[in-house]
Ligand binder design. Structure first.
Ligand code: ADP
Ligand code: MG
Length: 354
C-alpha cells in the first residue's frame, strides 16, 4: 500500500473543463470518497489516476513515484468500473487473472492468486462460471477480485454499488469497507450517493463542476459546510432566501425577521440564504418556548418515510420549510391544512451569501 498524491490535475475537452485543478492526498490505508452530482468530474479524476485518461495538466504520484505518464498496466492500481466491465466470454477465473496476465506473471503464481482472491471475496468454487451465470452482487465481487488480484498499491472504485438493489447495496458496502480495513488498502471511491459516501469514507471530497468544493470528515461537512452547494448536498438542507439585515438578524424575502447564528456578518444587504437542517427544526401545535425562532405556519404537504416524517410548512407566501420529525409512537403528526408552529435554535442554521 502507498500514499496517493494528485497534484493540480486538469482535464479539458476542447474548451470544456471536465476536471479543473484538483489536488488531493490520500494517506496510506485511507478510504477517500469523491462525492458529487453526475457530471462533476469524478470518473474522469479516477480514470486519470488509473491511467485510462491522459491529464491535460498535473501529476499523479503513488508511493512518492510520478506515475502520470505510465500506462494502466504499469501502475499498481486496481480499478472497479461502474458497470463492472467483466469480459463476458471469459470465465470468472480468467477475468480475475486478467491483470496478472497483463503484468506477465507466471502461470502457477496466477493460479494461486486467483484462488486466494476468489476466497477473499467469498466466491470459492465459482472460477469456472461465466459472468452471466452470476447474480449482480456476485459479478460485483468478481470485479473487486480482479482489482485485488494484482495486490494493488491503490484500489479505485467507480460507483461500485450502483447496479445493486438497495438491500444488497447496504450489505456490500459493509463487506467492502471491512475488507479494505482488514487489508489496509489505500482506496478512492467515487459515488453520487451521499449515504454511501457517509457510511464508507474515512474522509470525503465534495466535487462540483470539475472542482473540489470541500474536503473533510462526515462531521466537518455536515456541521460546517463551506458553501450552499455542500450544505445542500451533504445531509439535507431547507433554504430560506433573504438578506442579513444586521449581524445575527436575517430577513426573508417573505418579510420574516429571524435570529441567525452570531458572528455571521451582514454582506452589505446582498442576497443570502439561510440554510436549516430539517431534523434540527421542531414542530408543535402550540408556540414553543426557549427557542431563538418560533413562527406559525400552515402544513402543505406531509410525506411519510417510515422511520421519519417530512412536513412541508408554509411560513409566508415566499417562505416554505421542510421539518423532519422522528416517527415516534404517540408523537405529534400534523395534517395537511393544519396551523402549526415551527421553531429552531439559531445554531441550527447557517447563512451563505449568494
Ligand atoms: N470524452 C469526453 N469528451 C467530452 N466531454 C467528456 C468526455 N468524458 C467526459 N466528459 C464530460 O466531462 C464531465 C465529467 O464527466 P465524468 O467525469 O464522467 O463525471 P461524473 O463521473 O462525475 O458523473 C461531464 O460533463 C462529461 O459529459
Ligand atoms: Mg461517473
Amino acid at each position: 500500500m502507498a500514499e496517493l498524491q494528485i497534484q493540480k490535475l486538469v482535464k479539458r475537452y476542447g474548451d470544456f473543463h471536465a476536471v479543473r485543478d484538483v489536488s488531493l492526498t490520500v494517506a496510506d490505508g485511507e478510504f477517500l470518497v469523491l462525492l458529487g452530482p453526475s457530471g462533476c468530474g469524478k470518473t474522469t479524476t479516477l480514470r486519470m489516476v488509473a491511467g485510462f485518461i491522459e491529464p491535460t495538466a498535473g501529476q499523479v504520484r503513488l508511493g512518492g513515484t510520478d506515475i502520470t505518464s505510465l500506462p494502466p498496466w504499469k501502475r499498481n492500481a486496481g480499478m472497479v468500473f461502474q458497470s463492472y466491465a467483466l469480459f463476458p466470454h471469459l470465465t470468472v477465473a480468467q477475468n480475475v487473472a486478467f491483470g496478472l496476465e497483463m503484468r506477465k506473471a507466471a502461470r502457477p503464481e496466477i493460479d494461486k492468486r486467483v484462488e486466494e482472491t476468489l476466497a477473499l471475496v467469498r466466491l470459492e468454487g465459482y472460477g469456472g462460471r461465466l459472468p452471466r451465470q452470476l447474480s449482480g452482487g456476485q459479478q460485483q465481487r468478481v470485479a473487486l477480485a480482479r482489482a485485488l488480484a494484482i495486490h494493488p498499491d491503490v484500489l479505485l472504485l467507480d460507483e461500485p454499488l450502483s447496479n445493486l438493489d438497495a438491500k444488497l447495496r447496504q450489505e456490500v458496502r459493509v463487506e467492502i469497507r471491512e475488507l479494505q480495513q482488514r487489508m489496509g488498502l489505500t482506496t478512492v471511491m467515487v459515488t453520487h450517493d451521499q449515504e454511501e459516501a457517509l457510511t464508507m469514507a474515512d474522509r470525503l471530497v465534495v466535487m462540483s463542476e470539475g472542482s473540489v468544493r470541500q474536503v473533510g470528515s462526515q462531521r466537518d461537512l455536515y456541521e460546517r459546510p463551506a458553501d450552499r452547494f455542500v450544505a445542500g448536498f451533504v445531509g439535507r438542507s431547507t433554504f430560506l432566501d433573504g438578506t442579513v439585515e444586521a449581524p445575527g438578524r436575517f430577513r426573508t424575502d417573505g418579510g420574516l425577521s429571524l435570529t441567525c447564528a452570531g458572528g455571521q456578518v451582514s454582506n452589505g444587504g446582498g442576497k443570502a440564504s439561510l440554510s436549516l437542517r430539517p431534523e434540527r427544526l421542531e414542530v408543535a401545535a402550540a408556540p414553543m418556548a426557549g427557542l431563538d425562532n418560533c413562527l406559525p405556519g400552515t402544513v402543505e404537504f406531509v410525506s411519510y418515510l417510515g422511520a421519519m416524517i417530512d412536513i412541508h410548512v408554509r411560513l409566508s407566501p415566499a417562505d416554505r420549510l421542510v421539518v423532519q420529525i422522528a416517527n415516534r409512537e404517540g408523537g405529534f403528526t400534523p395534517d395537511v391544512g393544519q396551523t402549526v408552529h415551527v421553531g429552531w435554535r439559531a445554531s441550527a442554521g447557517q447563512v451563505f451569501n449568494k
